[in-house]
Ligand binder design. Structure first.
Ligand code: SF4
Length: 372
């Protein structure tokens, strides 16, 4: 097997996958627990059938890489408080509509009670809405990781260039590497071990940030990581690379997804991102405050910052009782280990955000079944 020379079409080829699976089985030297950081990987592992094909000893744990899942209850509560204000239209991606906030209420229920909440497919749609509805202020909910934040930044630049004053962003963007650092530090890192042997790192986020921001995982915590693509062969190849690094005791960060991710990422996108945003402390649902893990709008764009424009604080809210999303997002609990899974919590009636998003691990476990 060549680790880097396969072309894009080959990654869905069943014969290739069979060969990679055999290689993986041959090279596996004991139980191997890996964390797939990104929700897209979670879904791909289920949808492709990989979960049932992987050897018994290979265990996958989901990580904090579903942006909807990690949006904090207090952030949802702030968005709902804003939705109730006169003259405000909230523009949001559809996934966020059903994320439970305080008392199980959501943006969807707020809309049913008369709040102006519109589903959009991109921040540019929100900008178009602002152009059409000049008598209202359109507030786009900025949720997502390094992948989506540059587009939001570009939209804010456009709004300013046009002199559009009825557009703002409620920014709850989050950064992946600080969350991984917090996760590894919390569990004692190299000293105590996380129970995780390697990390399947997010392909989409890495198109922006590149490979180096993960280097600390190998250097400080001695954990190998592979930036992987999303086809089954990508995932299998990434797992083989992780297993080899564990075996040789040479933890490193490898870019398996080089057909889409350059080691340097996308400097132009980062430049745009950091022209508008700066790193700030952020709340992650079920995890808590992680230093420098979010993106706040810079002073130069304060006019487009909904938090400042509406003097919005994050309200205190009681935790959702019984929801174990935090444990799931830290890889400490499989979704079916939550007592509410499939009982009071289903995709039709979600108790927590991990059951709402199509990329949430609870939703994936429910949709594709949990048997191996
Ligand atoms: S099954 Fe539902 S309640 Fe349990 S952790 Fe997942 S989202 Fe939360």
């Amino acid at each position: 097997m060549s680790d880097t020379t396969l072309n894009a079409a080959a990654f869905a080829d069943p014969a290739l996958c069979r060969g990679l699976l055999e290689t993986l089985e041959a090279e596996l030297d004991g139980p191997f627990r890996f964390m797939e950081v990104c929700g897209t990987h979670t879904v791909s592992i289920f949808r492709s059938g990989l979960r049932s094909l992987l050897p018994e000893g290979v265990i996958h744990l989901s990580g904090p890489g579903c942006p909807v899942c990690v949006t904090h209850d207090r952030e949802i509560a702030a968005a709902m408080a804003l939705a109730g204000r006169d003259g405000v239209t909230i523009a949001t991606f559809g996934d966020l509509m059903r994320v439970p906030g305080p008392g199980g209420a959501s943006l969807k229920s707020a809309k049913a009670e008369g709040a102006q909440v519109e589903i959009v497919y991109s921040p540019l749609d929100a900008l178009a809405l602002a152009r059409r509805e000049k008598d209202r202020t359109v507030v786009f909910l900025g949720v997502g990781f390094e992948t989506t934040a540059p587009t939001v930044a570009a939209t804010m630049r456009m709004a300013r260039a046009e002199g559009l004053t009825n557009f703002a962003v409620l920014a709850f963007h989050k950064l992946v590497p600080p969350a991984l650092d917090a996760l590894l530090a919390e569990s004692g890192g190299a000293a105590q071990g996380t129970g995780i042997d390697g990390f399947l790192l997010p392909g989409h986020v890495s198109t922006i940030i590149g490979v180096e921001p993960y280097r600390f995982m190998a250097d400080r915590y001695h954990k190998p990581g592979v930036v992987g693509g999303f086809d089954p062969a990508d995932i299998l190849q990434s797992l083989i690379l992780l297993i080899r690094m564990r075996k040789s005791k040479t933890p490193d960060i490898i870019n398996q997804y080089s057909r889409a991710v350059s080691d340097q990422g996308n400097p132009r996108a980062r430049e745009m991102l950091f022209e508008v945003f700066e790193a700030s402390d952020a709340l992650w649902r079920g995890i808590g405050l992680i230093r420098q893990s979010g993106l706040a709008i810079r002073d130069a764009y304060a006019d487009y910052d909904a938090r400042r424009r509406f003097s919005l604080e994050l309200p205190d809210v009681p935790e959702i009782r019984g929801c174990k999303c935090g444990e799931v997002l830290k890889g400490r609990l499989a979704p079916d280990g939550c007592p509410l899974f499939g009982k009071t919590c289903t995709p039709a009636s979600p108790v927590g955000p991990c059951m709402v998003s199509t990329e949430g691990s609870c939703a994936a476990y429910f949709k594709y079944g949990v048997e191996k």
